[in-house]
Design a protein around this ligand. Structure first.
Ligand code: UD1
Length: 354
């Protein structure tokens, strides 16, 4: 039984780590990895394969960056040949990126069955490219592996209940495994931040926050004026957009760092007093690790994190400081994202339906 995973962007490598591991535990599964090349910088791709001990990709389409149409189209063109040669029983696509949509479209057109991991998430914000990618993928795929009950309800509301299976969240598998490992003495923080005192961790990369210079400037100013030091691990899109707009990222409370390897990020979040982000995955990781989060967006796909103030949606830059300074939540964090066995369950589901 052959599973062909299509990945390309940073969060997908984390999910792939869990699936590759679960597939390797079975001798009835052959697992082929296709990297589209959407992310290609060492800090955005290679370190994830090395640190999370993911086998090297069998195929790399090396598409690189481009507009949505060009990037997705280049992936589609590359996938035909790969699927023709590999003929997998299942093509497995992950999350909501352009690599997810391209993997799905090419497989359905080649009459190969597709399973979507992390199905059923919705922001209901049709301005987000990720929302188009999710909705289109869920409606085209044959099997929908949903991380939560809320995701299952979204799929049922769209008439997709029969293809849905709730497995838990595979990112939780990896996050819990990494957090339980020995992570060393101090987290990797940019120079100027004392890891033994209070500090916050930030990431920012959504087009809605980075591509409008006035909005980006307002967010960066708010971060620079926070009452505690902040480590901003800057995505290449953020660095490029700030440079274009003439905005200096470092300054005041804001200390600038490169994107972190996954274990380093988990360690930094575990140690931090607060997280400020617009990433989907990081909101959930902070919840799992018990660090309160301020999400610089109008909505979230991971609505469970909003319970009891563990996460707050704060799109207005002027309100970020008050949110970061709120009292530490005391409420319990129920295991809504699964028990760390989601990948095993997902691979089992594919084998049973081969
Ligand atoms: C993509 C996903 C997003 C995910 C994010 C994680 C889509 C539509 N979006 O967004 O859902 O949260 O990955 O990081 O697929 N760049 C580099 N080097 C790299 C990668 C990107 O320099 O290795 C730069 C390029 O200038 C590129 C820009 O970053 O144009 C954006 O990269 P892209 O892959 O288009 O989307 P992300 O913003 O990373």
């Amino acid at each position: 039984m052959k599973i062909l995973s299509v990945v390309g962007a940073r969060p997908q490598f984390v999910k792939l780590a869990a699936i590759a591991d679960a597939a390797a535990q079975r001798d009835d599964v052959e697992h082929v990895i296709v990297h589209t090349g959407q992310h290609y910088d060492a800090t955005m791709s290679d370190v994830f394969f090395a640190d999370l001990r993911i086998p090297a990709p069998d195929v790399n389409l090396a598409v690189g960056s481009g507009s949505h149409g060009r990037q997705t189209g280049a992936m589609l063109a590359g996938m035909d040949e790969v699927l023709e040669e590999q003929r997998p029983d299942w093509t497995l696509v992950y999350g909501d990126t352009n690599s997810t949509l391209a993997g799905t479209l090419s497989a359905v057109k080649m009459h190969r069955r597709v399973a979507h991991l992390e199905a059923g998430l919705r922001s209901f914000n049709r301005r987000m490219p990720e929302e188009h990618n999710r909705v289109l993928t869920d409606h085209a795929a044959d099997l929908l592996l949903a991380p939560t009950e809320v995701a299952r309800e979204h799929l049922a509301a769209e008439g997709l209940a029969e293809r849905t299976l709730v497995t838990g969240d595979v990112m939780t598998d990896v996050c819990l495994r990494v957090a339980a490992a020995e992570l060393g003495a101090a987290p990797a923080l940019p120079e100027g931040i004392d890891p033994t005192a209070d500090f916050a961790v930030a990431t920012l990369h959504r087009a809605d926050n980075t591509d409008d210079p006035a909005r980006l400037r307002a967010i960066i100013t708010a971060l620079q004026e926070l009452p505690l030091p902040l480590a901003l691990f800057a995505h290449p899109r953020l660095v490029a957009k700030a440079r274009e707009a003439g905005i200096a990222l470092a300054g005041g409370s804001l200390h600038l760092g490169e994107p972190l390897a996954y274990p380093d990020l988990v360690h930094a979040v575990q140690t931090a007093r607060a997280v400020v982000t617009d990433s989907g995955g990081l909101q959930k990781e902070a919840y799992l690790l018990g660090t309160p989060t301020t999400t610089v967006r109008t909505e979230t796909e991971w609505v469970e994190t909003l319970e009891h103030d563990w996460n707050q949606l704060v799109p207005e830059p002027a309100r970020i400081a008050a949110s970061v300074a709120r009292p530490h939540p005391t409420a319990a964090r129920p295991p809504v994202y699964g028990d760390g066995e989601a990948a095993r369950r997902s691979v089992e589901a594919l084998v049973e339906r081969a």
